[in-house]
Each structure stands twice: as C-alpha cells, then as structure tokens.
Ligand binder design. Structure first.
Ligand SMILES: Cc1cc2nc3c(=O)[nH]c(=O)nc-3n(C[C@H](O)[C@H](O)[C@H](O)COP(=O)(O)O)c2cc1C
Length: 512
C-alpha cells in the first residue's frame, strides 16, 4: 500500500478519533447489508424492464418519506445476476448516517453537524494493488467493450435515451494542479463503447475538459457507475476547486479510499467500486444528448450537445450493481436528502471558515428542487448587519452558490430544518419591503425552467430573505410566546404518565 496524495493543496490536519467517529462501510455491499438489517432495502425479484418501468416503480414507491432503497434483481435485457439499485439514500436520514459510519436515530440537524465535522478532517486516498481488487474481477477490453450489458434505463417517458450514470462518480485530472476531481454528472448511453457526459457550466470536469481542449489534448476520464454512498455524497458536493473529493470520502469513512492504477488511462479508480469504465474525450468530441427528467422535476433543457466519452476498458465485480438516482419532485428525488445534509454541512463550514460568528444551523430544504433551491441559516444576531452578511455569504459561498434561489435567515430560536417554524418566521419577522434583497446574474444552470427562452440560461438570481427580528429594534420586538424551560422539562418528564405517545418534542425556543 503506497501513501499518496492526489490533492497537493488539501493537506489534512491529522484526524482525531473523535472527529472521525466510527468507520463507515467497506463498500456498497457492506452498506446494503447494514441498511437491510434496519428494513431499509427492498429487493424486487419480479422481472422489470429498463424502459421507464424501474423509474416508475421508484417514483411511486418513494412518495413516502423513508421509503426503502430498491434493488432490482431481475432486469429484462441484462445478464442474469446484473442488478440495479435505485435511490440508495432516498429520503432516509438513517441510510445517510450509516453511509458515513454514524448511528441511526439521529435528527437531521445532528447528522448535519457530524457530517460538517467529518468534512473538516479529509484523509487522502492510498494506492493498492490492482490484482485482487474487487472491481477487477471482470474486464472488457478493445472490441469486447459493450456498456449496454449494464441495466441502464430510461427514467422518464421523454428522456432522450437510456441513462447509465446518474448515481455515479466521474474522475478527471486537473491538467495543471494534478489532483483528481470527482463529480456526479449524468451519462446517457450513446453506443456500445460511447457514452455522453452532461456538465453544467462551471463544474470542475467541464473546466478540466475545456483546458485540455484549449491545448488540443484529449481529456482522460474514469466513470464509476456502481458506487458506495459516501463516494456519491462527496462527488455531488462543490468542494474547493484545488482539492480532491477522495480526501473528503476518506474523512467521512474514517479511513483512506483505496484506489488502483488505471490500465487504459493514467487515472486511478476505486478498488471496491461495482462498475468502472476508463475512457477519453477527444478534442471537440460532442454528441446530441438529453433531454433528461432532472432534479427540478422538469426535463431540464432540450436535446443539445454534450461531451462524448470513448470507452477504452470496462472493469466490474461479479454480479455488478448499477446505482441509479431518480431525479424528481421530493421525496422521490435522490439528491434531496443528500443535499439537505451534505450541502448544509458544506455551507456551514464555509461560513465558519470566513469567520461569520453565531451560526446555529444551516439547512438546504430537500423539497426545494432536490435541496438546491433554498438555504436556511439560523443565527444568533450579534451586531447590526449580521443577518444580511450571513445571507449574502451563504448565497455565494462555493458550497451553496449553484442554483439556490431562496436564502433565508432566521433567529437562533428557529429550527432551520422545521419548515413550519421557518414559514412562521417569514410571516412574522420579515417585512418584505425592507427585508428582501436580490442578487442578479448568479451561478445557475441550463436546467432552470424559470428562465425562458432556454437560450437565456444559465444566469440566475437569488432572493435574500431576512426573516430575523429587526435588529434595530430587537429589544422592543414583540415577545414570542415560549414555554418556560422548567415547565417544558417537567411536562417532558411526565410525558408517558400523561398517556402521550412517543418521545416529547424537542423545542428550539424556551424561556430561561
Ligand atoms: C444525482 C445527481 C446527479 C447530478 N447530475 C449532474 C449533471 O448531470 N451535470 C452536472 O453538471 N451536475 C450534476 N449534478 C451536480 C453535481 O454533482 C454537483 O454540482 C457537484 O458539485 C459537481 O462536482 P464538481 O463541483 O467537482 O464539479 C448532479 C448531482 C446529483 C446528486
């Protein structure tokens, strides 16, 4: 095992046992065993088709919060034993917790805090021998390459083709710095050895490809299509452009990710992945792709050109599992809970890093366009202008700037993950004529349905909503009705004696 760093500038502080928490699962299968033990994995053994059916089953089964992940074990048109796992994390806080080695039973805000801590202690990956690595159990090379064997699927009726990469991790190397970026980007099957790669403006892999092409060089790429959820979580976050997401996967799991050397490219890939392909994107190589039913709950943009990957080699485990992420309205959207936890943790860390004091919580609400649309920041107002400062920074910080439209600041007595409390604050502490600002021409995407015609995209705008008590008059602000702490504690202690079910509610606002 060699020590290696693929991220020269992300040198980690030595992690402590406390910061790491328990170690996470070894691979996707280990995590599936753990979630099956808590009733969060549903195996579907009846035969299903790739054309819309798996998407429809997932959408219908995931109308309920906490619905289990779906493992399709009998898929028409794929070799026996080839499986597809849809919405691995879904809307389940417990499945996310198990993915990063945390216990079940945590509330969303508790999990965000733990994830936030883990992001502060990255652990660089190590290179291990390729021989014996699980992902290298099978290989397809040269004219044997045929990616169509894997159970790619048309998710929605108007999708432009079968998607093989949705819950994926795409690896590219920064042409100047040398670190490996890992991003989750959709991929449509274009042929037996060709696959599209859709990248929104500003995404790291896009910036890499454009720089290689400006030198008339091809861009090497590794596409991981069956992955463990910790890799998926890190790949879907906007980390600083000079770091490798692999370091943050290590931080979440509490041990380094094991990578093996590529055989058809100079890149590296995860030793325990289910399915990995190596390929290149030749200069100017693009092909029409899409549309695709997207995280907004709409078909994002009409069919258009996207990067085209020529697949050189395929590596996969026996009986491989292809991971799929359905994009839809909440709670059937695979990125919703993921962003509610990990994006919130990223934004909170960013605010801490630039030194905004008094932040009590950050929550990217999962129902707002898959966690991309709304960021709520709870803070203890300490000085004039504090809430507007937190709003402006939360809106534009790297971890939270993409797409987000509604940035809401609430006082510390409001739980940002409780939408009823947030709406209450907006309705009683925000005076729209005074308390809403707009940022214009911000980082957005071709997938935003509100900007028409589509050629107007990808520039967006953001509303900053100050739903905190007016700072200028905070002392005279009407007093909120709150329970006295001693009374709350006394009632909570008598909860079952009073014949009330379950645990007493946790309240953020109490009178001391
Ligand atoms: C399930 C899922 C699918 C995604 N698909 C795409 C996509 O097709 N294209 C894209 O640019 N971003 C997509 N994203 C968002 C990116 O993964 C995210 O912005 C991430 O930060 C990109 O990595 P980067 O910051 O290294 O570029 C997707 C995210 C998720 C969770």
């Amino acid at each position: 095992m060699d020590d290696m760093s693929v991220a020269p500038t992300s040198a980690a502080r030595p992690p402590t046992a406390a910061s790491r928490g328990a170690t996470g699962p070894r691979d996707l299968r280990d995590w599936m065993t753990r979630i099956e033990a808590i009733g969060q994995l549903k195996r579907i053994t009846a035969q299903v088709t790739r054309d819309e059916e798996m998407g429809a089953i997932t959408y219908m089964a995931h109308q309920t919060i906490d619905a289990p992940a779906l493992l399709f074990e009998n898929i028409k048109g794929s070799p026996r034993g080839f499986r597809a796992l849809w919405n691995p994390l879904g809307s389940s806080v417990d499945r996310f917790a198990l993915a990063i080695g945390e216990p079940t039973g945590l509330g969303a805000m508790e999990l965000i805090e733990r994830c936030k801590t883990k992001f502060q202690y990255p652990i660089p990956p190590v290179i291990v021998e390729g021989e014996g690595a699980a992902v290298n159990e099978n290989h397809l090379r040269d004219d044997k390459v045929d990616i169509r064997v894997f159970p790619a699927a048309r998710h929605w009726p108007r999708d432009g083709g079968e998607y093989i990469g949705t819950c994926d991790a795409i690896i590219t190397r920064d042409p100047d710095g040398g670190w490996l970026n890992v991003g989750t980007y959709r991929q449509m099957v274009q042929g037996k050895s060709e696959v599209g790669l859709y990248l929104s403006p500003g995404k790291d892999a896009r910036l890499h490809i454009e720089r290689y092409w400006s030198r008339d060089e091809p861009c090497e790429v590794v596409c991981c299509w069956g992955i463990d959820p910790a890799l998926f979580i890190a790949a879907s976050q906007t980390f600083p452009k000079t770091t490798s997401e692999f370091d943050f996967v290590g931080g979440m799991l509490g041990r380094p990710v094991e990578l093996v050397k590529g055989e058809a490219t100079s890149l590296l890939y995860p030793a325990n992945a289910e399915i990995v392909v190596e390929g290149v994107i030749a200069p100017d190589s693009q092909k029409l792709e899409g549309p695709f039913g997207e995280f907004t709950g709409y078909y994002g943009r009409p069919e258009d050109l996207a990067f085209l990957v020529q697949v050189k080699a395929v590596h996969h485990r026996d009986n491989p599992i292809l991971t799929h992420a359905l994009m839809a309205d909440y709670p059937a959207n695979e990125c919703a809970l993921l962003y509610a936890v990990a994006r919130s943790a990223r934004v909170w860390n960013d605010l801490d890093r630039v030194g905004v004091p008094g932040i009590k919580g950050v929550y990217a609400h999962p129902a707002a366009a898959g966690g991309f649309g709304m960021t709520i920041v709870a803070l203890e107002q300490r000085y004039a202008g504090h809430a507007p400062q937190a709003l402006a920074l939360a809106a534009q910080t790297p971890g939270g700037a993409y797409y987000s439209k509604w940035i809401v600041a609430v006082d510390e007595d409001v739980d940002p993950s409780n939408i009823n409390q947030v709406l209450w604050a907006m309705a009683t502490r925000c005076n729209p004529v005074e308390d809403i600002d707009i940022l214009r021409q911000t980082w957005s995407t071709w997938l935003d349905p509100t900007q028409n015609p589509p050629e107007e995209r990808p520039y967006g705008s953001k509303a900053l909503i100050n739903a905190c008590m007016e700072h200028r008059h905070i002392k005279q602000f009407s007093k909120r009705t709150k329970l006295r702490r001693s009374m709350y504690e006394s009632v909570a202690a008598r909860w079952s004696e009073l014949g009330l079910e379950g645990a007493p509610p946790r309240l953020w606002a109490l009178e001391d």
